[in-house]
Design a protein around this ligand. Structure first.
Ligand code: 6R9
Length: 635
């Protein structure tokens, strides 16, 4: 029996039991048998959740790109590593082999070095889903630079905040990007951001849309001529297992975004292991994850996990609705996709359209379907199962987080019997616990509580960049000796987990985590706004949409309300990006607050969801009268 590849349910249980009895032995075996190390570790794991400090494979030396590229060259050098499907279906797809990808990464690594990037320097990557994006990540990893990808839908303000937080010396971007029928001026956004980022010395610009842009003398350089001139080989720098690999920002419930820092060795082992098992990837398969590499899903399951397994991984530049709602299925048929991994929000959007968009295509190549990002509702699950998988493909509902690096709870296809809306069982090495509000573990089945993990796994984030105290406060303080996920979950009669959603102030809109605080901060910058509170409410496509309660200043009272709503959304777009726009805005005379001044969001959530039958305990409210007014005028 191989620990690395689980093939049936009995094997899952055996492997799982072994993995939790002795996690160090388990991960040591996986690490030893399936990866290339320049030097083995001195200790498998050292950890202390009270500090918190977590170190996997300490003392080991490696380069993750040797595992993702070099070691494949003798065995699958001519196999497609990245299959690039452009936004426009009339533009030809590109098959980039492992050999070609290796060369591209080496050239890019030389360009980084030639432009003064050294081990440990931060490089911010603000690119659309074009091959240069994957190449730039790997090039950073090859020289030991720390990449920080910022999703190319974020605004210039959001980009500037992230660049300054990690003190990046370089930004990699493109002239523009395509999104369906639209062309977006990415370079213009970067230029605006960089007015606030004095630390950035160099901007490398990939050519994609051939739009007219301005290049700043001494700072901006076209990427392609530099790559053409660069040497085609670069010997990977040898890194420590616990050296940082990347920083990826995720929304917190308060304040600025959290730069989650992941390190090389453990992240590699865990993402590769889970990719293999959760998707049951076989050598000839073509795998497609529709996420953007700007999110953790793209890092772990478009780039690192698949490439470490020598897989063919698809990079899709477009959107599910362009040129029509059949695009996903057109791509599945065209490239004979075997594993397809997407988000519930995309499934819901497509399920609303005519079924002909699906039935028109031959989807018999599909073997495994996956979802990630938010709870999948029963209806969407069945639509996916019936019409896409034609009831033959197991659906892996994978639960995990930016912080966890890889999938923690998921069925293993063809092994774990699936159950709609359930992420089912923990991956080997993962020890979930449900906790009550008093910090006690709730044992047994048919219970619900706050989801924690008791023991470290190799790809857990090691810190929040520049703010270890916040890392400790956010994840290790709510429940002693445990990692707290921020999610609620229930465990059914057989021990399957169902994630019920966030228990903090993070709202998941179309699979994107949005913290309420940064949105409120943005709105409050509008001169007519005194105060605001944002909550989520159920939305049949986005999962959740945003509802804003806004108190106007005296001076704003006489303003036209529709114009104000537009301006408020404009401010949000400028500060965060269009994904954080509010669906509904209600102007209110006050917000329900506790005596300690905390907004009682629970009540606002109920009103926004039109669930006002029982508002729960309102006895601690300072101003109960305002609740009636808000209810009466709710949208
Ligand atoms: C990978 C990713 C993390 C949050 C997480 C949870 C929600 C993710 C889910 C899910 C229910 C699933 N989430 N997968 N909820 N079922 N299968 O999405 O990372 O962007 O950091 O979001 O997403 O609430 O805590 P990230």
């Amino acid at each position: 029996m191989s620990n690395y590849h689980i093939k049936n349910f009995e094997e899952y249980y055996q492997v799982y039991r072994k993995s939790v009895r002795n996690p160090e032995n388990f991960w040591e075996e996986v690490a030893e048998e399936h990866f290339v190390w320049r030097k083995k570790w001195d200790s498998v794991l050292e950890w202390d959740f009270s500090k918190p400090e977590i170190k996997w494979f300490q003392g080991a030396k490696l380069n993750i790109t040797e595992n993702c590229l070099d070691r494949h060259l003798p065995v699958r050098g001519d196999k497609t590593a990245i299959l690039f499907e452009p936004n426009d279906p009339k533009e030809e797809a590109q098959h980039i082999t492992y050999k070609q990808l290796h060369e591209k990464v080496c050239r890019f690594a030389n360009v980084l070095k030639d432009n003064g990037i050294e081990k440990g320097d931060r490089v911010v990557i603000y690119l659309p889903m074009i091959p240069e994006l994957a190449v730039s990540l790997l090039a950073c990893a090859r020289i030991g630079a720390i990449h920080s990808v910022v999703f190319a839908g974020f605004s210039s303000t959001a980009l500037a905040t992230r660049i300054n937080d990690c003190k990046a010396k370089m930004v990699v971007t493109s002239d523009g990007s395509y999104r369906g029928a639209k062309t977006i001026d990415l370079k213009g956004i970067v230029d605006e951001a960089l007015e606030k980022c004095p630390g950035v010395e160099t901007v490398l610009v990939a050519k994609r849309t051939k739009s007219k842009i301005t290049m700043k003398e001494g700072r901006d350089q076209w990427l392609q001529p530099l790559l053409d001139k660069a040497y085609a080989d670069y010997t990977a720098d040898i890194m420590d297992a616990e050296d940082p690999l990347f920083i990826l920002y995720t929304s917190g419930s308060t304040g600025k975004p959290k730069g989650m820092m992941h390190t090389i060795g453990g992240y590699m082992v865990y993402t590769a292991y889970t990719f293999k098992n959760v998707f049951q990837y076989r050598e000839e398969d073509v795998y497609w994850c529709t996420a953007d590499i700007g999110w953790i899903t793209g890092h772990s399951y478009i780039v690192y996990g698949p490439l470490a397994n020598g897989a063919t991984t698809v990079m899709f530049e477009g959107v599910p609705s362009y040129p029509d709602f059949g695009r996903f299925w057109d791509v599945v048929q065209k490239h004979k996709i075997n594993q397809f991994y997407t988000a519930p929000t995309a499934i819901r959007a497509l399920a609303k359209e005519n079924l002909d968009f699906v039935t028109e295509y031959d989807l018999s190549c599909l073997k495994v379907l996956g979802t990630v990002g938010e709870p999948i509702n029963e209806e969407a699950w069945h639509w996916y199962n019936d019409h896409v998988g034609e009831k033959k493909c197991p659906i892996v509902d994978t639960w995990w987080q930016t912080e966890t690096g890889g999938i923690l709870i998921s069925p293993i296809p063809f092994s774990t019997p699936t159950k709609p809306t359930y992420a089912t069982l923990p991956m080997p090495g993962i020890q979930p616990a449900l906790m009550d509000e008093n910090g006690k573990e709730i044992k047994g089945n048919q219970v619900d509580g706050r989801l924690c993990i008791k023991f470290p796994w190799p790809s857990i984030a090691r810190t929040i960049w520049g703010d270890h105290q916040r890392y400790k406060d956010t994840y290790f303080s709510a429940f002693k000796g445990m990692y707290f996920t921020g999610d609620g979950a229930l465990r059914d009669e057989v021990g399957y987990y169902r994630i019920t959603g966030r228990v903090d102030d993070v709202i998941i809109v179309s699979g994107h985590n949005l913290g309420t605080a940064p949105i409120e901060d943005a709105i409050n910058e509008h001169p007519a706004v005194a105060e605001s509170a944002i909550v989520g409410f159920p939305h049949d496509v986005k999962g959740n949409a945003l509802y804003g309660y806004v108190i106007l200043k005296e001076t704003g009272q006489s303003r036209d309300r529709d114009n104000l709503k537009k301006e408020i959304n404009q401010v949000i777009t400028e500060h965060i990006g269009p994904i954080a726009k509010l669906d509904k805005i209600q102007f209110v005379p006050g917000l329900p607050k506790t005596r300690s001044g905390k907004i009682m969001r629970r009540i606002l959530r109920k009103i926004a969801s039109k669930d006002t039958g029982n508002l729960g305990d309102t006895s601690t409210l300072l101003n109960p009268e305002v609740v009636d007014i808000i209810m009466r005028e709710s949208l």
